[in-house]
Design a protein around this ligand. Structure first.
Ligand code: ADP
Ligand code: MG
Length: 360
């Protein structure tokens, strides 16, 4: 059985004036040992989903199974999961070790065993030498590790993390991303990680779900979602997506030709578009090659022309904002430029080319 199985889960909040659907018919199977992320903009229902898994909220409809067992009516403390929140609320008057052992003491676990498990867990989160400190003597990142140790010391089968790194500054957050992955590998349990940061979700997850307005948009590996976004929302949410819209003017051997109102040709692989359909095509900035030369007429790549509106030099790369003759702006990322010269400057007329299979 899946570690966490959501079947048609819904959550509606009722107030005097209105009803609000926070989560709508969500089906999701999270496997044992997976690092799985819930990704989406603020308000899309991530926390509500996590709280239903933990048992702090009951679904309005549908069911949740943990390791094959239906959780309807099962209170949070009887579920084999633990939660780490963004505000981790350590007890300030207790030492780090006491904070971590608190739950085990309450469960009347044997003293010797407590000492051993707390020691082990502090080692794993990299605080082996700091058990005697008070929380306020630790940095924000270290305090977050104490919260992690406290959640893991009970040996839950799954750990739920609600934006646990959001309060940390960028450098610390990046270091903690690596740490969290290592800790998850070491303890080998399922992590369900909530974030609104697409970079974080893409770098850390085995698989992730993108949510939008209480609905599931797409589930898959980071690579699948980035390279093959199923919806326009996913394409836009996971990085710059350079969307062009237009009518299909022809379909040949699985490739549709789009009149996107720009000079040139836009091609996209398709298995369902027909002539006359209006479709949106997107292409990632790093898939586009920028040149000042017009491609040959028999070139089989997509090619559009426009004017460089902005060029930003970023050391190992350049980014360009190119205004197409149809009016759209496309972002182009030019990597590993070997010379200090950029290919084009502001105001230059350029050609952008990419392979049809990179049209999404
Ligand atoms: P996220 O974590 O993705 O930012 P939430 O799950 O916290 O989103 O919230 C989803 C939506 O449900 C939001 O619009 C929020 O205002 C609403 N919501 C959450 N909890 C409640 C509640 N207890 N009562 C009413 N509305 C709520
Ligand atoms: Mg939230």
């Amino acid at each position: 059985a899946a570690a966490i199985d959501l079947r048609g889960v819904e959550k509606t909040f009722y107030s005097k004036a209105e009803t609000f659907s926070a989560v709508r018919s969500l089906d999701l199977a999270i496997q044992d040992g997976e690092f799985f992320s819930l990704l989406g903009p603020s308000g899309c229902g991530k926390t509500t989903t996590l709280r239903m898994i933990a048992g702090f909220e009951e679904p309005t409809a549908g069911e949740i199974l943990l390791h094959g067992q239906n959780m309807v009516g099962v209170p949070p403390y009887k579920r084999d999961v633990n939660t780490v929140f963004q505000s981790y609320a350590l007890f300030p008057h207790m030492t780090v070790a006491e904070n971590v052992s608190f739950g085990l003491e309450r469960k009347r676990v044997d003293k010797q065993e407590i000492r051993q498990r707390v020691g082990e867990m502090l080692e794993i989160v990299g605080l082996g030498e700091r058990g005697d400190r008070r929380p306020q003597q630790l940095s924000g990142g270290q305090q977050q590790r104490v919260a992690l140790a406290r959640a893991l010391v009970n040996r839950p089968r799954a750990l739920l993390l609600d934006e646990p790194l959001a309060a940390l500054d960028l450098k610390l957050r990046q270091a903690m991303q690596v740490e969290l992955k290592r800790i998850q590998r070491e303890v080998g349990i399922t992590f369900v990680f909530v974030t609104h940061d697409q970079g974080e979700a893409l770098t850390m997850s085995d698989r992730l779900v993108v949510m939008n307005g209480g609905l599931l948009e797409q589930v898959g590996t980071p690579h699948e979602l980035y390279e093959r976004p199923a919806t326009r929302f996913v394409a836009g949410f996971l990085g710059t997506s350079n969307i062009m819209e237009g009518k299909v003017t022809g379909v040949d051997r699985g490739i549709a030709v789009i009149d996107a109102g720009a000079d040139g040709r836009v091609l996209v692989p398709t298995d369902r578009s027909a002539v006359g359909d209006r479709i949106a095509v997107s292409v990632r900035p790093e898939k586009i090659v920028l040149s000042r030369d017009e491609p040959a007429a028999d070139d089989e790549r997509c090619a559009v022309t426009g004017t460089v509106a902005e060029m930003v030099y970023l050391g190992t790369s350049n980014t360009y904002e190119v205004r197409l003759n149809g009016g759209e702006m496309l972002t182009v990322l030019e990597q590993n430029h070997s010379t200090s010269e950029s290919t084009a400057q502001r105001g230059d007329t350029v050609w952008l080319t990419w392979r049809p299979q990179h049209s999404l």
